[in-house]
Design a protein around this ligand. Structure first.
Ligand code: ADP
Ligand code: TRP
Length: 332
């Protein structure tokens, strides 16, 4: 059976270089090899009660940035989760076989209980069943996501297996987290520690939409140290992160040049950052220009969203009809 790829992201702002290299670039690679369903998980974002004005705008932003990054709606089914009435339906069915105890043990849920004790809503508890509904809806087998999502994939497998066992039929395949070829990447930020994330204050994440001027401003402020004091000295995290970022966007010669400068204690971080800012701008400019063009093209966005919804609903209807029949729903 041909593998089916399903993945999505919650619309919570602009995409950054981490989202791109960790997820969206994977989507672009997979679109030529598999049947792909990529979507904007706007129902999932409701767990944090977004302002009604932001809900649509954030979804629009992610749609624009997926397209600008190279996701091709001619090759994949690209849609908004909220355009599929079958999603809440499958979510309901799966919830009947999801146990409160197991949902309470999911690490991301426990983390929310700790960090936002005032908003431990049932949507958060059942986040994994909604995510499983997204994947199982299209009988997805491969799911390109970052490492943080592995537990959710495990839950999706549990729900699929349970459903199949209960009804005695192999209806829903068990999906796995999947990355094309290479290892999962973790893109660092500019603040000297940890991964790039949009929950940072915005000055340490590199957004796909950033102009060369904005990039230069952020990169010139990136955390480093006072410089090596002995040859071949191990690098402080901030310095190592600059080299990692350079590795993504600069030529091997440029990286090697600054490695030598560092190892021979001649490195000037100002020069290195200037080079990184320039190479980053060259890397991101084609994407930024597409973002700018697409932002002005509402007619095209509307067409993409409508065509995607139609294709996705067709696939979803097939699965949901099968599921309803297996559960025992019949018309009079
Ligand atoms: P954020 O952490 O900025 O809120 P999300 O949780 O919305 O990002 O993640 C969307 C996708 O991007 C996920 O598949 C996630 O694994 C991936 N991702 C996010 N940050 C990084 C990063 N710094 N490096 C690699 N992948 C990342
Ligand atoms: N939970 C994912 C995230 O936060 C987003 C998501 C929702 C998803 N449904 C999905 C990812 C289905 C893959 C498949 O990034």
């Amino acid at each position: 059976m041909k593998d089916i790829v399903v993945s999505g992201a919650r619309p919570t702002g602009n995409l950054h270089l981490g989202n791109y290299l960790g997820a969206v670039k994977q989507f672009v690679k997979m679109q030529d090899a598999y049947t792909c369903f990529f979507f904007i998980a706007d129902y999932h974002s409701l767990t944090t009660h977004p302002n009604p004005k932001d809900l649509h705008n954030d979804a629009r932003t992610v749609l624009i940035e997926y397209l600008a990054a190279g996701v091709d709606p001619e090759k994949v089914t690209l849609y908004l989760q909220s355009d599929l009435p079958q999603i809440p339906e499958l979510y309901l069915f799966l919830n009947m076989h999801a146990y409160v105890g197991e949902l309470e043990r999911v690490p991301t849920f426990k983390e929310k209980v700790r960090t936002q004790p005032d908003n431990v809503n049932a949507g958060l508890l059942t986040y994994p069943t909604l995510m499983a509904a997204d994947i199982l809806m299209h009988k997805g087998t491969k799911v390109p996501v970052g490492k943080d999502q592995e537990q959710h994939l495990e839950m999706a497998r549990v729900f699929a297996r349970r459903f199949n066992n209960l009804y005695g039929k192999e209806i829903l395949p068990e999906p796995i987290a999947f990355n094309m070829g290479n290892e999962l990447v973790k893109v660092p930020g500019l603040n000297g520690a940890g991964k790039m994330s949009k929950s940072d204050d915005g000055s340490t994440a590199i957004f796909l939409k950033d102009t060369p001027k904005e990039l230069s401003k952020k990169i010139m402020r990136a955390v480093t140290d006072t410089g090596p004091t002995e040859p071949n000295q191990p690098k402080a995290e901030g310095v190592a992160n600059l080299f990692t970022l350079m590795g993504y966007v600069s030529t091997p010669e440029v990286v090697a040049h600054f490695e030598t400068e560092y190892n021979e204690m001649r490195v000037r971080y100002g020069d290195m950052k200037k080079q990184l800012a320039e190479d980053m701008a060259n890397y991101l400019t084609p994407i930024r220009e597409k973002i700018e063009d697409l932002s002005k093209n509402d007619a095209y966005l509307k067409k993409v969203a409508e065509d995607g919804a139609e294709k996705a609903r067709e696939s979803a209807k097939k699965t949901i009809d099968e599921i309803r029949s297996v559960i025992g729903f019949k018309s009079f």
